[in-house]
Design a protein around this ligand. Structure first.
Ligand SMILES: Cc1nc(C(=O)O)sc1CCOP(=O)(O)O
Length: 209
């Protein structure tokens, strides 16, 4: 189930309790490349508890990505850390934790070169489309996305308002994967929803026959 070439990341929304999030994560993990713990309001201790409970629920450690807390990623040997643009250069993080996979969230073309030269392993670009998660911010659109992909020598993952039906078009532009929050976590049936994303992602790239 994990042999898809392109990546599907599901990002926690900061609204669910751990008890609400765990059964969803346990259901969806076979269909995703990564589950991001993006719980900015929680303490390190709470994030560590999330990690331990996810591991108890058999979520593979290499699928867990944590927003900004590189020391927790390092402590539990997880899949990676997701930095926002304001959190310094990826190389600073790698100096401290050399084996960490570091993704950086970007929002402008001008950031591409900076972060890839400074050690980012991939770029998360958004918001591609309008999304309720970023109220008031218009989507940056597929033209800018295409420019970002052209300039980047490392994988670009798209985020923001992405629906399964838009995935073929985005992959066609050269996107390496997509990340989704509400489309899965606010769906009436998150497992059904993640399968729709999974089918759309694998549809184009799994060799047929
Ligand atoms: C967490 C996040 N980061 C974004 C960025 O542009 O960097 S957009 C976003 C929210 C994505 O949520 P949904 O899939 O529900 O649109």
């Amino acid at each position: 189930m994990i042999s898809i070439k392109n990546e599907l990341h599901v990002i926690s929304n900061g609204k669910l309790s751990l008890e609400e999030f765990l059964p969803i994560a346990a259901d969806i993990h076979p269909f995703v490349t990564a589950i991001h713990i993006r719980e900015k309001h929680r303490t390190d201790k709470e994030i560590a508890e999330w990690v331990e409970r996810l591991l108890d629920h058999k979520i593979p450690s290499n699928k867990i990505i944590i927003n900004s807390r590189a020391h927790i990623v390092n402590e539990y040997n997880l899949g990676g850390v997701q930095l926002s643009g304001q959190q310094g250069s990826p190389n600073n993080t790698k100096e401290k934790y050399p084996s960490l996979r570091v993704g950086v969230s970007i929002h402008h073309l001008s950031e591409v070169e900076d972060y890839q030269e400074n050690g980012a392993d991939y770029l998360l670009f958004g918001n591609v489309f309008e999304t309720t998660c970023k109220p008031g911010l218009p989507g940056k659109g597929t033209n800018l996305l295409e420019e970002i992909i052209e300039h980047a020598s490392i994988p670009v993952i798209g985020i923001g308002g992405i629906k399964p039906s838009q995935i073929p078009e985005l992959l066609h532009l050269g996107l390496k994967g997509i990340a989704v929050m509400s489309g899965v976590l606010e769906a009436p049936d998150p497992l059904r929803a993640v399968k729709d994303y999974y089918e759309a992602i694998k549809g184009k790239h799994i060799p047929q026959g």
